[in-house]
Design a protein around this ligand. Structure first.
Ligand SMILES: NC(=O)c1ccc[n+]([C@@H]2O[C@H](COP(=O)([O-])OP(=O)(O)OC[C@H]3O[C@@H](n4cnc5c(N)ncnc54)[C@H](OP(=O)(O)O)[C@@H]3O)[C@@H](O)[C@H]2O)c1
Length: 301
């Protein structure tokens, strides 16, 4: 290695996306990694953020902390605002004081889901609930307070750890012979590892002088529904486990009531990240196969 590694500080480092970034970056000599879980850095406490940045002096901060359940946010909108908006502001202020760029993760839920063809970064935002509102406020703070930012919106994250749709589905499929999945909401699943690869690729280019700050979309390739994704997960898992489920029934979202309203189409168009950084969408089905294989490598049935 000719120069010093680029130091990245990750908040919420035990979560789905945070832990994927940590695992990939620790295996890459380009980076040195400061992984801060909630226990090590509470992003709702501005003084603790300043202390952590002063101590570690990272080249980049990646904010993976937050409250990411739309239903929980609906039950407790103040907490959603604290974790998704105020914390982003705290980080943007502290990063600004030390001229450290911030990578802020965001979500398809900033849109209302009425554009059947999908959303570009320039489309109008209109969140349907407390989660999307809190994430949008977080975006706005970062944009206003810190010119050197990347806001990366993604959708339907899945991983071999943490609380996510893929793992919840596998638990259900062990318990029930009949399952239901919504078939009229469209979106793109995204592996937390693909998201991590994209973030690290962007940082590499920024570190080499690319001046491409701003808002971007990245999600896995191929639009599907929760029903389509469920079928793919169960088919992949059946290679390793004799699951109890023998039928998944498609249902309309009006018959599958949740606390939070969800966008009908949350397809993120990803042309901007391709044009600015040369990053292409990867098919989520490839990563699904790999993650299921790794998951069954880790668990004892
Ligand atoms: N999950 C999705 O489907 C999805 C979709 C689109 C966009 N995104 C975006 O992607 C980002 C990351 O999502 P994710 O799925 O990786 O989330 P996650 O797995 O829920 O991880 C969030 C992490 O934040 C931590 N955290 C909570 N409160 C904190 C605090 N006060 N200080 C520091 N850390 C705190 C959590 O720790 P504890 O577990 O200890 O509370 C957890 O480790 C979010 O910005 C989200 O909006 C997610």
């Amino acid at each position: 290695m000719l120069s010093d590694p680029v130091k990245i500080l990750i908040t919420g480092a035990d979560g789905q996306s945070g832990s994927a970034i940590v695992r990939l970056a620790e295996a890459d000599a380009f980076f040195s990694v400061v992984a801060l879980s909630r226990k090590l850095l509470d992003v709702t406490q501005p003084a603790k953020i300043v202390e952590a940045l002063d101590k570690h002096l990272p080249d980049y901060v990646i904010n993976c902390a937050g409250l990411n359940s739309a239903d929980r946010a609906e039950r407790d909108p103040q907490r959603a605002m604290l974790l998704n908006a105020e914390a982003a502001r705290n980080l943007a202020v502290a990063c600004g004081d030390l001229s450290i760029p911030l990578i802020q993760l965001s979500t398809d839920y900033v849109f209302d889901g009425h554009y059947a063809s999908g959303y570009t970064e320039e489309d109008d935002t209109r969140p349907l609930g407390a989660y999307g509102e809190s994430k949008l406020s977080g975006e706005e703070y970062v944009r206003q307070l810190l010119p050197q930012h990347i806001i990366l919106r993604t959708s339907w994250l899945f991983s071999d750890r943490g609380d996510n749709f893929m793992l919840r589905l596998l638990s259900e499929a062990r318990e029930h012979a009949l399952m239901y999945a919504v078939d009229d909401r469209r979106g793109c699943p995204t592996s937390s590892f693909d998201l991590a690869r994209v973030i690290l690729a962007i940082i590499k280019q920024l570190s080499c002088g690319a001046e491409a700050w701003g808002t971007y979309h990245y999600c896995g390739a191929e639009v599907t529904t929760r029903y389509g994704f469920s079928e793919a997960v169960i088919a992949a898992a059946r290679q390793y486990e004799d699951l109890k489920v023998d039928s998944i029934q498609p249902v309309a979202s009006k018959d599958y009531v949740t606390e939070a309203q969800r966008p009908a189409t949350s397809v993120l168009k990803c042309g901007k990240v391709l044009n600015a950084f040369g990053i292409r969408q990867r098919p989520w089905r490839l990563e699904l196969q790999r993650l299921i294989r790794d998951y069954y490598g880790q668990v004892r049935l």
